[in-house]
Write a protein that binds this ligand. Structure first.
Ligand code: FES
Length: 133
């Protein structure tokens, strides 16, 4: 019997987290940035049973909206997320699981964790993709 065909399709969404977001930082300029703290919290929460492929990035050009991230997966909308906080890491991973399970990646506000109802800042098709919603 032939081996099953191996497709190079990711099974987890990519979650890009801005590690340089500073909105909400207290104290000196040397204090840890909230974006870096969010990234650390996500690393810890995602470690045992990964829900995302976590990628730290510098600035998603959403600086005024606080801690920011973007979620993407082939065949789905890419969403820009804002108003995030380190303490919302578990909720963000719960959202990521709903995103991965949704055909187009769309998760209506009523289905998201309560703390993330207002986090969507925008969406765009993935590179080279058209998505029927
Ligand atoms: S520094 Fe985080 S979006 Fe610009």
């Amino acid at each position: 019997m032939a081996d099953p065909i191996q497709l190079d399709v990711p099974v987890l969404p990519d979650l890009y987290v801005c590690t340089t977001c500073r909105v909400g930082a207290e104290g000196s300029l040397d204090a840890p940035r909230p974006g870096a703290l969010l990234h650390e919290a996500l690393q810890a929460a995602n470690q045992a049973s990964p829900s995302v492929r976590l990628l730290g990035v510098e600035c998603l050009a959403q600086c005024p909206v606080g801690c920011s991230a973007a979620i993407a997966m082939p065949g789905k909308w890419t969403y820009l997320l804002g108003h995030l906080l380190p303490e919302l890491a578990e909720d963000l991973l719960a959202y990521a699981r709903l995103y991965a399970a949704a055909r187009t990646g769309t998760v209506m506000p009523s289905r998201r964790p309560e703390t993330l109802r207002d986090m969507i800042q925008g969406r765009t098709p993935g590179f080279g993709q058209s998505i029927a919603s």
